[in-house]
Design a protein around this ligand. Structure first.
Ligand SMILES: Cc1cc2nc3c(=O)[nH]c(=O)nc-3n(C[C@H](O)[C@H](O)[C@H](O)COP(=O)(O)OP(=O)(O)OC[C@H]3O[C@@H](n4cnc5c(N)ncnc54)[C@H](O)[C@@H]3O)c2cc1C
Length: 378
């Protein structure tokens, strides 16, 4: 490498956090690193429901990007990337001058899809996580101040995220309010919860939800939301089912931001960046993408933090190979992977291919793995 190079990272997601930590072990001195991030502390998805349940403190569940960038001599720019100029090789930012790059790496996650929903301004999307947590903290404050007032909460989306959120929110509220004052609804378009998991896991979770008095509405597509009386919203489904509720949390299928769709990067029909198994984009070999925002057309996988985490090490290795003009190494995502789903009672369900089980040991195992993951950043 003759001249110094600028490697710019957008988003401090799971892959970038791991890649930065690995880079520090063996940096290339002629390469300058910049991280563009819109938060200083990025959430670790595995522990987010546990934080909501009150099992963890904020610092235990968030990676401190300021500390991480200081450790790795990376320049941190606190702003939101809003566009790419791929002719000038620049990232356009919300509140600073464009940032020029030689190599770009994108790990910005995803947000739940809200397409075609009338009244979508009344919902609380599960991502960005900081906004979700702000609403949750305010909700808890209100509940503490009015311990005799009933509350109704609705979750839209019956994937792993929605189910885990419902169970963990309910379990936290139960420590403050008597059960008869709490109403919970979970809406899911499909006939089966957690469609990416085996039948035992989805049936078991449905049973647990019902046992915890969470009303599960399967085969229901939410069509519109109306502001009703003070503090109430009305959820209207295609089937004519209509339910009044105080809070609507939205945890549906992942979607990509428009600025990615409008960049010249190759994207799929949903706007996710298409990447090769070297984690380079299909359209630009000097641009890498990982985590939820990236899709490997030859290896379709659900959008889950576990893949973003796994991509961290191959990503840093291929940044290095690219910078040193060496051949890049392929990364093959695993087909079956272990999922540990917390049920809000310090138990978890383990799901692996066609196998599943629930126990306190699964929670202890999950807790151990999650804490080990976070320990590398402290
Ligand atoms: C409630 C819930 C529970 C979940 N639980 C699990 C689980 O237990 N296990 C699991 O595997 N998956 C889980 N998931 C899915 C998981 O959250 C995602 O798959 C994972 O976070 C993706 O990681 P990522 O690195 O792609 O992005 P993220 O972790 O979302 O990180 C992206 C980062 O980029 C930043 N950013 C975004 N846009 C910009 C921008 N324009 N400019 C600058 N910075 C930007 C964000 O602030 C964030 O810090 C859960 C999801 C939800 C909603």
């Amino acid at each position: 490498m003759s001249r110094s190079q600028h490697l710019v990272l957008i988003g401090g997601g799971h892959s970038h956090a791991i890649a930065l930590k690995e880079w520090q072990k063996n940096p290339i001195t002629k390469v300058k690193l910049t991280l563009i991030t819109n938060v200083l502390q990025t959430p670790y998805s595995g522990m987010l429901p546990g934080y909501i349940a009150g099992f963890y403190r904020f610092e235990e569940t968030h990676i401190d990007l300021k500390k991480l960038t200081q450790l790795t001599q990376t320049k941190l720019v606190l702003t939101t990337a809003i566009a790419l100029d791929l002719i000038k090789n620049q990232v356009i930012c919300a509140d600073c001058a464009p940032i020029r790059f030689d190599i770009l790496s994108i790990d910005i996650g995803s947000t739940p899809t809200l397409l075609n929903i009338v009244g979508s301004e009344y919902v609380i999307p599960a991502k960005p996580v900081p906004q979700l947590l702000e609403v949750w903290e305010n909700l808890l404050k209100c509940v503490h101040q009015n311990p005799e007032k009933p509350i109704s909460i609705s979750i839209v989306g019956g994937g792993a995220g929605g189910v885990e959120l419902a169970l963990n929110m309910r379990s936290r509220l139960q420590t403050i309010l008597p059960s008869h004052l709490i109403t919970f609804h979970l809406f899911h378009r499909g006939q089966k919860l957690l469609e990416h998991h085996n039948s035992w896991v989805s049936e078991k979770l449905e049973k647990i939800l019902r046992e915890r008095e969470i009303q599960v509405h399967l085969g229901e597509t939410v069509q519109s939301i109306q502001a009703d009386e003070l503090d109430f919203y009305k959820i209207n489904c295609q089937s004519n089912l209509s339910i009044k509720t105080n809070y609507i949390f939205w945890v549906t299928q992942a979607s990509a931001p428009d600025w990615i769709k409008h960049s010249d990067l190759s994207t799929d029909s949903s706007g996710f960046i298409l990447i090769k198994n070297t984690l380079q984009t299909l359209s630009h070999q000097h641009i890498f993408a990982t985590g939820d925002i990236a899709t490997m057309p030859d290896y379709p996988r659900p959008k889950a933090g576990v893949f973003a985490v796994r991509q961290g090490k191959p990503l840093v290795e291929n940044w290095r190979n690219f910078l040193l003009n060496k051949p890049l190494k392929p990364y093959f995502p695993q087909k079956t992977y272990l999922n540990l789903i917390g049920t809000g009672d310090k138990k978890a369900i383990a799901s692996w291919g066609n196998w599943g089980c629930q126990s306190r040991y699964c929670w202890q195992w999950k807790d151990y793995l999650d804490r080990q993951f976070m320990e590398q950043f402290t």
